[in-house]
Design a protein around this ligand. Structure first.
Ligand code: GLN
Length: 550
């Protein structure tokens, strides 16, 4: 029998509901339970693929090619359970399904309404397709009181009512602000938020109270009394040094036992949190520090590169060092010499990205890393920029560039461009032929999800992965043209990972360089703190070596 845990948020956004859900998933696993996590977002985009990373943070891609919210990344990193396209939805997708059904005549004769048609579709999403896992955790995006969230709150209320007592619980993540002027923490916003929740028929079982400082017992008592929850169910969630402290901290605060108690489960299995204590110990006691420069476009918002940030931390955990990141706007290098910015960094990473802006700066940064023997990791766009730099410098083709950039410019300026990176219009995925054209819709039309690659025996990446067969997640439209493969390989480049049909370069490395690797996929999406991605572990190891030289 599956039990359902609904996680909602109150007072303000960005309280870390996703993190709380992920950490709770890990805690339940630590007691031997099976978990699955889902996210329901109230925005009207069908998926976050068309949202700006500046506004909404990164797009997380699942193995089956869904473009999802970054919280799905937290779920995977904390639980190791791979999410699928069935684990994330939005108002846009729900409405699209309802409207498609209406057009197909599934509701002939009926007036289509938010209740019951939209709420039924939300309920169907929550309970669709999963094996009898012990706990299903469903996080509702946004904050209680938002107009667009209402159908979701109504649907989970109905869902719990239909499942009957003891099958569903509600956790409300809320803010307890600390006011400097009177040196007090304030419980009133939380009381109001719970009142709002109750007014739509949901009584929370557990309150996770985010605050700068731990919440004293006196205030916990007060919150419990006014919000009508057990005092043990008021969980203090102070700011943490690292997000990976969350499972152990929440356990010490009693979150997992409060959850099991709320379900009426009396005898709990023992908790085994040893791997989380080990992760915490490594983060708290590093043997040194390395500085990694990240040259990108969305550097103003760290969430835009969430998984990269986390994967670098995991690489640090693997090597027992702290990883300090230095974010640099790629555009800066279009005017200025990169040397003063990059000297002093022990490694350079160019992450994925879209559009022409900053590309020449990224190409310069890749060139700096190559010529100065600085470890370089190019991810997706970062690999494409490195290849352009190599073609320009080693093959002398100054006009080398990407079709992505010429397509952006309406007037056809492609005459003076030699496309080394081209728009892929036909490929095969799991036996299915896929075709694309410039006229395609923008949503979900990239090469998305897991694709296999074959690695060259004896290459650096084969050693790193310990295998010649890999599978990694993709999200891009453009590809490196193999036309240049042979000529580049005679200049010391090795295309050490190729698609199984040998047509698409998946990985490139430099032979005479301590660590220069470009990958067409997104390895950061599969890294976990207790299972760091080998490429990130290897990259940080190379950064440590570099730090000893300079
Ligand atoms: N813009 C590039 C492409 O679509 C790279 C995408 C990425 O870095 N994810 O191919």
């Amino acid at each position: 029998m599956t039990r359902y845990i609904f996680i909602t948020g109150g007072v303000v956004s960005s309280l870390g509901k996703g993190l709380t859900s992920a950490a709770l998933g890990a805690l339940l696993q630590a007691r031997g339970y099976g978990v699955r996590l889902r996210k329901l977002d109230p925005y009207l985009n069908v998926d976050p693929g068309t949202l700006s990373p500046f506004e909404h943070g990164e797009v997380f891609v699942t193995d089956d090619g869904a473009e999802t919210d970054l919280d799905i990344g937290h779920y995977e990193r904390f639980t190791g359970v791979a999410a699928s396209s069935l684990d994330s939805t939005s108002s846009g997708r729900i409405y699209q399904t309802v409207l498609d059904k209406e057009r197909q005549g599934e509701y002939l004769g009926e007036t289509i309404q938010v209740i019951p048609h939209v709420t039924d579709e939300i309920k169907r999403f929550i309970s669709q397709d999963f094996e009898d896992t012990d706990f299903m955790l469903c996080e509702i995006g946004g904050t209680v009181g938002d107009i667009e969230g209402l159908p979701f709150f109504e649907a989970i209320r109905q869902f719990a009512q239909e499942k009957g007592p003891g099958n569903c619980i509600f956790i409300h993540v809320t803010l307890i602000p600390y006011l400097n002027v009177c040196n007090e923490i304030k419980t009133k916003p939380t009381q109001h938020s719970v009142k709002e929740l109750r007014s739509i028929g949901i009584a929370p079982d557990i309150l996770v109270c985010r605050s700068n400082l731990p919440i004293p017992d006196k205030e916990r008592k007060k919150i419990a009394l006014f919000c009508n929850v057990d005092q043990d169910a008021v969980i203090s969630s102070p700011d943490m040094n690292s997000i990976y402290e969350a499972p152990t901290l929440y356990h010490e605060e009693g979150l997992d036992s409060a959850v099991l108690k709320a379900f009426g489960i009396k005898s709990f299995p023992e908790t085994n949190l040893s791997k989380w204590y080990e992760v915490k110990e490594r983060i708290d006691n590093p043997d040194g520090k390395v500085r990694v420069a990240i040259v990108g476009k969305y550097t103003g918002l760290e969430d835009a590169y969430k998984s990269i940030n986390e994967a670098l931390t995991h690489g640090g955990i693997a090597n027992r060092v702290e990883v300090e990141t230095k974010w640099i706007q790629a555009e800066v290098f279009e005017e200025e010499d990169p040397a003063p910015y990059l000297t002093g960094c022990h490694a350079i990473l160019i992450p994925g990205g879209f559009g022409k802006r900053g590309s020449e700066g990224k190409i310069k940064a890749a060139g700096f890393a190559r010529k100065n023997q600085v470890p370089y990791f190019g991810i997706c766009l970062g690999m494409q920029m490195a290849v352009i730099e190599l073609v320009r410098d080693l093959l002398g083709i100054d006009s080398a560039g990407s079709e992505e950039f010429s397509m952006e410019e309406q007037e056809n300026s492609s005459e003076d461009l030699t496309p080394v990176i081209f728009y892929l219009k036909k490929w095969v995925h799991e036996g299915k032929k896929i075709t694309r054209s410039e006229k395609d819709e923008k949503g979900a039309t990239m090469r998305l999800g897991s694709y296999p690659a074959k690695l060259t025996k004896g290459s650096i990446v084969e050693k790193i992965y310990g295998s010649c067969e890999i599978s990694e997640r993709h999200r891009h439209r453009y590809e490196v043209d193999i036309k240049y493969k042979d000529r580049l390989e005679s200049e010391g480049v090795l295309f050490s990972g190729m698609s199984p049909d040998g047509n698409l370069p998946e990985i490139m490395e430099l032979k005479k360089h301590p660590w220069f690797i470009g990958v067409q996929f997104h390895p950061e999406l599969k890294s976990q703190p207790f299972n760091p991605h080998p490429l990130f572990a290897g990259f940080i190891k190379a950064a440590i070596k570099r730090s000893r030289l300079v």
